[in-house]
Design a protein around this ligand. Sequence first.
Ligand SMILES: [Mg+2]
Length: 270
Amino acid sequence: MPVLVASDLDRTLIYSSAALALTMPDARAPRLLCVEVHESRPLSYMTEAAAQLLTDLGDAAVFVPTTTRTRKQYQRINLPGPQPAYAICANGGHLLVDGVTDQDWHAQVLARLAEECAPLEEVREHLMATADPVWVRKHRVAEDLFAYLVVERELLPEEWVKELAAWAENLGWTVSLQGRKIYAVPKPLTKSAAVREVARRTGAHLTLAAGDSLLDADLLLAADRGWRPGHGELADSGWSAPEISALPERGVLAGERIVREFLRASRPKA
Ligand SMILES: [Mg+2]
């Protein structure tokens, strides 16, 4: 029976140059592998050591990339190791099986959203009406499922984010601030629901998980064991749970440590 490893990607396994958090002298920095190119420019990295570990993990476990990214944003990532049989995109809204979305799963998700939370349009109108163009760079809708803003973080009023979160809560939506992006996501749209579906289909007996943001909290809570890096929304808010290890590493080195922990926990004990 396989071990299932469901991991968030951005700022958990892969890091933009702004998120690397390299603090050692340049001459002792780890060698980095670029795993994502966007508009002909390098965008995301992992350490070479993490890349090797991830390749090994592909043989030891069912590795499931579990991301809030849209399918298109996910598909331009070029992770080392075998092509994952399952991947979760759009925060659980799409379950890719051998790279193709599972329509039955997607239909189930849409039915749940229609029943349990306010429609996307209402949230989008609110964002349009209240977000100040002084600090908003882009308004985006992802996969017709949720919305996010790209903002100037230095100009973003903390108070506005708090008010938005309280407003969204009443509509059955969650707000998450990650780097330059503010996400508004329906509460029933979760990574954990999609991971449970993969566990059911694969017959996994053990689920491991990792993540850094508020949108990963349900994923971590649904896992048998998990890890979170020393940076990010969960670390900043002091979030903890019994089976979740809070790692001291920050940035791309946290990513390496997480894959090492996944591999160690996936291998049968000698
Ligand atoms: Mg993340």
